[in-house]
Ligand binder design. Structure first.
Ligand code: ATP
Ligand code: MG
Length: 504
């Protein structure tokens, strides 16, 4: 027998029934926090509540950020890092794939570490770890970045030689290192393998040769970025304010990924010793922007760190234009995800599949402008409100100002009236400043150039800009590169230079 009963019900009762109607935003008690203990991000779209982020009630301080190019990922990260520093004294280590953050860090008075341009990492550095554990990590990185897993014998030979190199220096491989002993380098490891080959007693010389060949890729003269004594002390860097590890000087993606993995492994080990506690706060944020190799593979330390949640005193920020470059495990384990504008169906499908937000949020995400974001947070206790909401805009440190370089003075009358060539180039304020910093224009000169723009509604004729750069001491060859970096075509550049009296 079935019984159907009708009853009158108040709308506030209905609202509590999450399956019928879900409130569109978390309550302000969750969104708004003590300004001394939270980082302000921006106001919510529906009720214009100021949203301030804290790791306090979240499952962990790790973050994932996705969105198409120009959607505002890096802008958010910079804003967040600056505020986290003021609120919690949080330092930042930016693993900077393409030197995207370098000018900003330079400008903010942070530290730049340039691998491949004078700075080195010794892959065998222990920073307190037992040699056996370090060896496992190195093998794990080689697994991820080379084909070594397909050759078990070569893997065994490599592992054995790394351990032997520690023993030869006087380490006990299964004990934490005693201070004062010099660590071996990859070159010592290769030397051991070469000895073995010369010895002639090993059964499979071809395996040995291939093992040596693989390791040599990381130890060749001029490319021995990981096979020399380290010039950086990561332990110190993790508490030194803003630090940019510029990887753009390394020759390829494999080298960059190896550096990124090494940095993550070392920080993880150091901070595992200290252990996480609420009172110690958030010591460091580690930023991995567009580090697809490191964020996508199941075996990567980035995934381990996020899975292990609050175990360490640092939070990991993983950002990418392409959500499928970020392993599913990262989305399902980070405490906070910021979803900025996404265009492609398959990318939205992937992320909606991991986070389960509504179709309403989905359709909003495709329409976002610069700086808009959907935020998804995972709370420690399960709560009765939607965990995904929309931010009107990430409120950054600086408003968006567009600066225009006007080319009309070098265009012919015919070109102007036919409207066939691009007559001006526009840049956001920071972008223009960063380019000037990149070309070593001094900060006084930058200020004076920006001042000239500001005095003319943020617009300057290209010839005027050229003479300002000349006054700032920029050589002609650099001017050409500078114009190229702005996206101006070669034929136009030579006209600009001729106009400025630079080449005949
Ligand atoms: N919330 C915001 N308010 C004002 N300006 C913003 C905001 N977010 C981004 N911008 C501006 O938009 C431009 C693009 O932003 P940003 O460099 O952060 O994009 P991105 O997502 O990191 O792109 P890419 O994937 O290419 O690195 C920058 O000039 C930045 O200053
Ligand atoms: Mg970016």
């Amino acid at each position: 027998m079935t019984l159907v009963r009708f009853q009158n019900i108040m709308s506030n009762e209905i609202a509590k029934r999450a399956f019928i109607s879900r409130p569109p935003e978390p309550p302000s008690s969750v969104l708004v926090g003590d300004p001394q203990k939270t980082v302000y991000i921006g106001t919510t779209k529906m009720f214009h509540v100021p949203f301030a982020w804290t790791y306090a009630n979240l499952t962990n301080p790790h973050m994932a950020i996705v969105g198409i190019t120009g959607s505002g990922k890096s802008y958010f990260i910079k804003t967040f890092l600056i505020r986290a520093y003021y609120v919690w004294g949080t330092s930042a280590v930016i693993i900077d794939w393409a030197a995207e953050y370098k000018p900003w860090v330079k400008q903010s008075g942070g530290t730049i570490v340039s691998l491949g341009r004078g700075d080195f990492i010794n892959l065998l550095d222990l920073s307190g770890m037992k040699p056996l554990d370090r060896t496992k990590q190195i093998m794990n990185s080689l697994d991820l970045l080379t084909d070594i897993s397909e050759f078990p014998e070569q893997k065994r030979l490599t592992e054995e030689a790394i351990e032997q190199s520690y023993t030869n220096k006087g380490f006990n491989v299964s004990e934490p290192p005693l201070p004062g002993i010099e660590v071996p380098t990859l070159k010592d490891v290769i030397a051991l393998l070469e000895e073995k080959l010369q010895d002639g007693t090993y059964e499979y010389p071809a395996e040995l040769e291939n093992t040596i060949y693989r390791l040599r890729q990381f130890a060749r003269e001029g490319e021995d970025y990981f096979a020399r004594k380290s010039t950086i002390d990561l332990e110190k860097l993790a508490g030194s304010g803003l630090v940019d590890i510029d990887l753009s000087g390394l020759p390829d993606e494999r080298f960059r990924a190896l550096a990124a993995l090494f940095i993550l492994q070392t920080l993880k080990e150091r901070m595992r010793f200290e252990g996480w506690s609420e009172s110690k706060g958030l010591k460091t944020m580690v930023v991995l922007d567009e580090a697809w190799k490191v964020a996508s593979d199941e075996k990567s330390d980035a995934i381990m760190i996020v899975r292990e949640g609050r175990k360490y005193q640092f939070g990991l920020i993983v950002a990418s234009q392409n959500p499928t470059d970020i392993n599913e495990a990262i989305f399902s384990n980070v405490g906070t995800t910021f979803i900025m504008r996404i265009k492609f169906e398959k990318f939205i499908n992937y992320i909606q599949g991991s986070l389960n937000f509504s179709d309403f949020i989905r359709s909003e995400i495709t329409k976002f402008g610069v700086g808009q974001a959907a935020v998804e947070m995972a709370f420690q206790t399960s709560l009765r409100f939607p965990e995904t909401f929309i931010l009107e805009r990430i409120q950054g440190e600086e408003p968006l100002y567009v600066y225009t370089i006007d080319l009309t003075d070098v265009l012919t009358r015919a070109e102007l009236s036919a409207n066939v060539v691009q007559r001006n180039y526009q840049f956001e304020k920071d972008e223009l400043r960063n380019k000037l910093i990149d070309y070593n224009v001094s900060s006084d000169n930058i200020d004076s150039i920006m001042g000239k723009f500001d005095a003319q509604q943020r617009t300057m004729k290209v010839s005027e800009l050229m003479s300002a750069l000349e006054d700032a001491g920029m050589p002609t060859s650099e001017m050409v590169m500078f114009l190229k970096s702005m996206g101006i075509e070669d034929t136009m550049i030579s006209r600009i230079m001729t106009y400025a009296g630079k080449n005949g």
